[in-house]
Design a protein around this ligand. Structure first.
Ligand code: UDX
Length: 434
């Protein structure tokens, strides 16, 4: 929304939320999320045509277009628990929109949703006795965290789905007009509503599938002496395969991949397609296996016992350049270290506040230390879980000198120079390398 405000001074953009503390944070100098470049954009438009407010009712009443961006977590109860999306916030939002409106509006689904959610939204919105008509449009977001601003400035595509009726097409065009202020028209794709909803889940499933594919083969590399980075480079040169998203790692994390694939699996089961469901579910299984087997490799190298040993975890965010820790593989790593009664020392450039929250039940058993050199002191091993580029630039000799010997580095993101570390004296384990 900040990007829309920046690119379209002719629109007034109002952000509303039931969480007053969060709105206050957006209105303060300390934004509630870390995203490179975001602060500058928000500051350039805040108070001009971008406003953060708590009066939801008035803002609904006055809006012509409403982007619904509420969360759709995985359901934890009832039918579909553990897989289906919990749509209670979507439904509540639709009801609030209807209750506060005295004119028809375009309602845009920005949240990632199961296919055919728009149908339920429309039923709620359009069964009213106020004589109002609402058009529901799907406009999924494809930005990735850490590179959000660049992704929004120059998206591969913008996707807008709507009903193929005169009114539906007009609503789609209204949304396309917003993006056309900075995105070339040929990159603005329009489809029917259901294709748009399903494309978002499909895109995330395909991206995650590439990571699970390369990660599954990283295990074979470790057995055979092949090197997964060399393989990724060799196959990525094939333009049909492409080079991106082939980086073997300790596992993917983030709020989207697991949740969206589980949702896809649920949809396939719901529509009676168990083979398709099993195919996509295996991507998540491989991902969890990859993280667990990585910890096992480390354990083996530490003589199968880490009880009472300090193990430094470098990075807790699910990827670099974000403070977001949702579904981060580092979670599982820390929990498994605790199972083995090790003492995890966690360091991260931005994610320690979130790590503290996530690990609140075990805070007496872990240490959170911002400075990586401090975190590594007296540790028996370093497990690098997040690809913060700063880690590659550390003084590894200094780190080695301060650690217990033999000192082990496990590079869960393949960003370190293993040969250099071995020369210093480290035992070194990389992903997909013998
Ligand atoms: C993802 C999609 O990329 C984005 O289009 C969608 O809108 C939201 O979900 P995000 O989760 O923010 O974005 O980050 P992404 O860059 O996709 O990384 C996801 C995870 O995969 C991270 O843990 C990352 O470290 C990992 N990853 C990524 C790999 O392990 N290997 C790779 O080659 C790429």
């Amino acid at each position: 929304m900040a990007m829309i405000a920046k690119k379209c001074p002719q629109y007034q953009v109002k952000i509303v939320d039931i969480n007053v503390a969060r709105i206050n944070a957006w209105n303060s100098d300390n934004l509630p999320i870390y995203e490179p470049g975001l602060k500058e954009i928000v500051e350039s438009v805040k108070g001009k045509n971008l406003f953060f407010e708590t009066d939801i009712e008035t803002n609904i009443k006055e809006a012509d277009i409403i982007f619904v961006s509420v969360n759709t977590p995985t359901k934890t109860f009832g039918f579909g628990a553990g897989k289906a999306s919990d749509l209670q916030y979507i439904e509540k939002t639709a009801r609030s929109i209807l209750a506060a409106s005295n004119s028809g509006k375009i309602v845009v689904e920005k949240s990632t949703l199961p296919v055919r959610t728009a149908e339920s939204m429309e039923r709620i919105l359009n069964s009213n006795n106020k004589g109002l008509h609402f058009d529901v449009v799907s406009n999924p977001e494809f930005l990735a965290e850490g590179s959000a601003i660049a992704d929004l400035e120059n998206p591969d595509r913008v996707l807008i789905g709507g009903h193929q009726t005169e009114e539906g097409l007009a609503a789609v065009e209204e949304i396309a007009k917003i993006y056309a202020n900075w995105v070339p028209r040929e990159k603005i794709i329009t489809t029917n509503l259901w294709s748009s909803e399903l494309s978002k889940l499909t895109a995330n499933a395909f991206l995650a599938q590439r990571i699970s594919s390369i990660n599954s083969l990283s295990a074979l590399c470790e057995k055979t002496g092949a090197n997964i980075d060399e393989i990724a480079n060799a196959i990525g040169k094939d333009t049909r395969i492409g080079a991106k998203f082939l980086k073997a790692s300790i596992g993917f994390g983030g709020s989207c991949f697991k949740k969206d694939i589980l949702n896809l699996v649920y949809l396939c089961e719901h529509y009676g397609l168990p083979e398709v469901a099993a195919y996509w579910e295996s991507i998540i299984k491989i991902n969890e296996w990859q993280t667990t087997r990585s910890v096992k490799r480390v354990l083996r190298s530490l003589f199968n016992t880490i009880t009472g040993k300090k193990i430094a975890v470098f990075g807790f965010a699910f990827k670099a350049d974000t403070n977001d820790t949702r579904e981060s593989p580092a979670h599982l790593v820390v929990r498994e270290l605790l199972e083995e009664r090790a003492i995890p020392i966690i360091t991260d450039y931005k994610a320690l506040p979130d790590a503290k929250r996530d690990l609140s039940d075990v805070l007496d058993k872990v240490q959170l230390i911002e400075e990586p050199y401090e975190a590594a002191k007296n540790a028996h091993a370093i497990l690098l879980c997040t690809e913060w580029q700063q880690y590659a630039a550390l003084d590894w000799q200094r780190i080695y000198d301060s650690m217990s010997k033999p000192a082990l580095v496990f590079d869960g993101r393949n960003i370190l120079d293993g040969e250099k570390l071995k020369k210093i004296g480290f035992d070194f384990i990389g992903i997909g390398k013998a």
